[in-house]
Structures are given as C-alpha cells and as structure tokens.
Write a protein that binds this ligand. Sequence first.
Ligand code: NAP
Length: 315
Amino acid sequence: MTNTPLLILGAAFSSEERARLEAAHSASFSAAPDAVSELSEATRATIKAIAFKGHTPLNAATMDLLPNLGLIANYGVGYDAINVTDASARGIKVTNTPDVLNDDVADIAVGMMIAQSRNMVAGDAWVRSGTWAGGENLPLNRKMSGSSVGIVGLGRIGRDIADRLAAFKMDIHYHARSEKETPNWTYHADVVSLATAVDYLVIALVGGKETEKYVSAEAIAALGPRGVVINISRGSTIDEDALIKALADGTIAGAGLDVFNDEPKIDERFYDLKTAILQPHQGSGTVETRRAMAELQLANVSAHLAGKDLLTPVN
Ligand code: NAP
C-alpha cells in the first residue's frame, strides 16, 4: 500500500478492478480520460502514475495537465490509444500487459474459425426453433481442419494461434515485417501474396496509425470466394468498408470478428451479414485472464511508485 496518488483513468474498469487499485494505492483519484482538467491543479500536481483502461485517446493534452506524471500503466497489451511518442518526449514511461492474455485471444480466434466454418450460430438457432425436431437437417457446412491459414502478424498472439492451428493439421502461412524462425511455416513478404495462398486469413497485428488498413481491399479480394477473415487485433487493421462489401457481395465466404472500428457502436451494416460471426471484443474476456491483466498492471504501478524496474515497459 502506498499513499502516492494514483490516477485511475477510464470508465472501462470494473468495480472489482477499481477496488483493487484503490486498496493498493490509498490516495487514488478517478477521472474520465477527457475530464482530467476537472481535477484541481493541486491534485494534478501530486499524481505520479496513471492506471489506464479503455480506448479513449490519451495524448499530450492530458499528459501536460499532470506535471509529475512518470508512468502510464495500460490494462491490455494493445496500447494504441496512448500516444507513446508524446509520453516518451515527456519522459513518461508506458507499460502494457503482454503474454498473460495470449491463450484466451488465440482461443477466441480459433473458436470463431470453427464457429464460422461449421455454422454453429445458425445450428444453435436450428435446434432451438424446433426446425431440427421438425425433421430438417442443417445444410452441410465446411471442413476447417487440414485447410490453409495465413497469420498476419506473427507476434505473441499470432504465434499462439498458429501453434493451435498446426494441431488442426492446417498448412500455416504468415506475414510479418521480417521472416521468423518457425517449424515449416511459409513466409510471405506481403499480405496480398499471403491472402492469395490461403483460405483463412487471421489478423493478429498491433493497432494504431502505422497498421491502418494493413489488410487492404486488394488483400481481401485476393482471398477469393472460399476466403474467411478472422480479426482479433483492432478494427483499424483492415479496410472495414472493403470487408463489409466483400461479405455483402459474397466475394469472400465469411468472417469472424472480435474487433471493429468505433466500438461498441459498430457499423450497422455488420448486423445483416449472415456469413460473419460477430463478438463484442471479448478476446481476453475471461475471469482468469482479466485478473492476471489487472495484477500485471498493478505490479507495474507499484514498481514505478517504489522506484523499482518496470515489469513490462513499452518505451
Ligand atoms: P506483438 O507480440 O507485439 O505482435 C504484434 C505483431 O504486429 C508482430 O507480428 C509485428 O510484426 C506486427 N507489427 C507491429 N508493428 C507493425 C507495423 N508498423 N507494421 C506491420 N506490422 C507490425 O503483439 P501481441 O501481444 O501479439 O498483440 C497483438 C495485438 O492483438 C495487440 O496489439 C492488440 O491490438 C490485439 N489484442 C486484441 C485482444 C482482443 O481482445 N481481441 C486482446 C489482446 C490483444 P513484426 O514481427 O514484423 O514486428
């Protein structure tokens, strides 16, 4: 427990997460990311660390309101909401919560692939509606095991997805900015070449400006009519308009999407796309993993306030 004021930023914290932060750092203040200016100048001057959660941009304007800020500890591995360049320029460290969520995000990627291929959402409705009891069988769907997959971004999560899909006897292809050491997976120097070679395209890139529409309209078209897009990264990493059009026109077979632009008020055209499985950005959303993420965030805050080395710094 420290008495150093901690700023808890973001409405996304659960009451349990907030209580744990407050228990560890007794003098805590809460604010919405766009309302830090409402704290008094004296309070703002005492704050040395922020525990941050959510997707509201956190940039220079907010940092400059906190003259003694030394750390922004993000809840989540993706820290694209935080302007790390602005933070670094002010000597502010940023941390995230890598690795502890790899299993869950990889699980949901594979889960969406199976659910999409085997038409499981429609299958559930088929049973509940009595259609099956009435004697009608669900139309045959599509085998996933043994087919080909392309991973866009073979980082921590991408690799865990590929490892799982190898057990499904899939032919693994991938794209990253550099070739990686892998079992016998095939490297592609660009996403269009990757998409041309595979049936399933799984996006596991970081988000942010540099990867905006990294999976382009051309790459989506290259997937072809058997192509299925799976996205667990950020909505921004794919050309969303082109994806919606390809799904609506049937020029690709389907999608499994956990992330979207403008969450949670996503493009309403998605609601009518029957070949897409839609998830509410729940990749890391298990009790176990959210607790591990909260603990890692808190450990980074505590290390900083105690003058110790950060566990998972990003700058
Ligand atoms: P990671 O280990 O850092 O891997 C990120 C991948 O992105 C790497 O393959 C990297 O390629 C690539 N990349 C980074 N910057 C790039 C750039 N400028 N251009 C092209 N490629 C670039 O990250 P991770 O831990 O696997 O997490 C990946 C992302 O998953 C997170 O950033 C987050 O957005 C998302 N995520 C989603 C959920 C969810 O609930 N759905 C949960 C957790 C994370 P190189 O190998 O070439 O560097």
